[in-house]
Design a protein around this ligand. Structure first.
Ligand code: GDP
Length: 483
């Protein structure tokens, strides 16, 4: 809308008459509804001693996007450690391998402390680091990618030699291919007697993953997370692949990267696992991540040691943001805390309207609309409220649940969020006749009481597949029996 004498007067909180006087002095006879240029408005404000901020046409968001790009010709580029994600079918040995890789690098005595899940960590090999990112499951990997968070340079596909290619192996292959990143196969559990390696390689070839030993382009390393066999060779192969691909970044600029996971910590407030993708992140830097912002108060490495700065490919735990950012959100270092706040607020606003729009509204199909028009709407809803411990697990869960949709019965997500189940969730569940899914999270005692009172069901889960199985059978139960 144009600036008018009236709107400027309202905006500045000064009588319109004083504005008209300034204009008059400058030789212009104006009325209330006359429009003013930005320069005129600025001069009037100066004249009246009012501080006026004219929105620069600066598109901060676009400026941020540019920061994400690495210019191949940029001076100061240096090799950075490769960022690796381990994928594979359940029970094929990912966790065991991760523990072994990490403990191989742990000073004696520290080994007991590494079983807890962490979002990312580094392993040293030949004096050089390899970064591993531990996204909770393929769904999360796919989700992150869908949001433009391509943090992974390389996928390690763990395939148990005794079990061969399984459904999640195939999923992992699809994800790696979609991400267009090189893949290295860890032919795992090779210590088991009598495994048929050739059969597994055959299975891989059928998925167009052609082993190098068969003339293809995928390296296969025989490994055992149990005995440690082949893990050095695996790290070696990762580093060779990295050398071929020359992953680079510029350590001498402001950091950009991605939030892998975030949570609220008792003493430290919101804590985020970041991976630095370019530049160097320092304590004291102003950071914007999704709609969270703040100054980096403290940083910790993957062993919880406090650190002052983190260069390219380094995973760090960061405290100091005002809220918990979403997994997959990019973070940026900005010069001005004001800019960061402004962007965070804009994003919060945009996010809220998006959330409102996406809460129930799965777009309807033509058939559904026609059915509704004929008065024969045949869909039944299963309203749910999801609460989870971290944005990462919430996203993974949501992605899996949306896959369950069925033409006749569908999951309606009434609300989802991170943190314990609270009274507001229960009230919402009560009005929406929804069931609450608490994934890896607790229920406030008062919420529990209210749920009892109102007859709202809260289900606790620790394992994603159990949620999915239950919801699937729930959906099947809702299906109308055939006439
Ligand atoms: P994940 O589901 O892929 O994380 O698999 P886990 O690491 O939890 O392993 C599943 C099971 O396989 C566990 O009982 C492990 O002890 C076993 N396992 C994992 N790696 C190996 C291996 O290299 N050799 C053998 N023999 N067993 C393994």
């Amino acid at each position: 809308a144009p600036i008018t004498v009236r709107s400027l007067s309202e905006g500045m909180g000064r009588p319109a008459n004083s504005i008209l006087q300034v204009l008059f002095k400058a030789g212009r006879m104006a009325t209330m509804n006359d429009s003013l240029t930005e320069e005129e408005a600025l001069e009037i404000a100066l004249e009246l001693g009012v501080e006026l901020e004219i929105k620069s046409g600066r598109d901060l968001e676009a400026e941020l996007e540019e920061l994400l790009e690495i210019d191949e010709d940029e001076a100061g580029l240096a090799l950075r450690p490769p960022v690796v994600t381990i994928l594979g079918h359940v029970d094929h040995g990912k966790t065991t391998m991760v523990d072994r890789l990490r403990s191989g690098n742990t000073a004696a005595g520290e080994a007991g402390g590494i079983t807890q899940h962490i979002a990312a960590y580094q392993v040293m090999h030949n004096g050089k680091a390899v970064t591993f990112v531990d996204t909770p499951g393929h769904a999360a990997f796919g989700e992150m990618r869908a949001r433009g968070a391509n943090v992974t340079d390389l996928v390690i596909l763990v395939v148990a030699a005794d079990d061969g290619v399984m459904p999640q192996t195939e999923e992992a292959i699809s994800h790696a291919k979609a991400a267009e990143v090189p893949m290295i196969v860890a032919l795992n559990k090779i210590d088991l007697p009598g495994v048929d390696e050739q059969k597994t390689l055959q299975g891989l070839a059928q998925q167009n993953v052609l082993p190098a030993e068969w003339g293809g382009d995928v390296e296969v390393v025989r490994t055992s997370g149990e005995t440690g066999q082949g893990l050095d060779e695996l790290l070696e192969t990762i580093q060779l692949t990295a050398e071929l691909n020359e992953y680079k970044a510029n350590p001498d600029r402001d950091a950009v990267g991605t939030c892998l996971e975030a949570f609220r910590n008792e003493g430290r407030g919101p804590v985020s696992w970041f991976i630095v993708q370019n530049g160097t992140l320092k304590v004291g830097d102003v950071v914007l991540c999704g709609s969270a912002y703040g100054k980096v108060r403290a940083m910790y490495d993957d062993r919880d040691n406090p650190i002052k700065k983190a260069g390219p490919s380094m995973p760090v735990k960061v405290s100091g943001l005002d809220e918990v950012p979403a997994a997959g959100a990019h973070f940026f270092v900005l010069k001005s805390l004001e800019d960061a706040r402004e962007l965070a607020e804009q994003r919060k606003f945009a996010g809220r309207s998006e959330e409102l729009a996406s809460m129930n509204q799965r777009p309807q199909t033509f058939d559904e609309i026609m059915a509704a028009a004929r008065g024969e709407a045949e869909t039944t809803d299963l309203p749910l409220i999801l609460k989870a411990d971290t944005p990462g697990s919430l996203q993974a869960l949501k992605a899996e649940l949306l896959n369950l949709d069925n033409p006749e019965v569908r999951v309606r997500l009434k609300h989802s969020g991170v943190g314990p189940v609270n009274e507001s969730d229960v009230r919402l569940a009560d009005t929406a006749a929804a069931v609450i899914i608490a994934f890896h999270t607790e229920t406030d005692p008062r919420a529990e009481q209210l749920a009892d009172q109102e007859g709202v069901e809260i289900r606790d889960y620790q394992i994603i597949y159990e949620v999915i199985d239950d919801i699937r059978s729930e959906l099947e139960g809702l299906l109308k029996p055939e006439q």
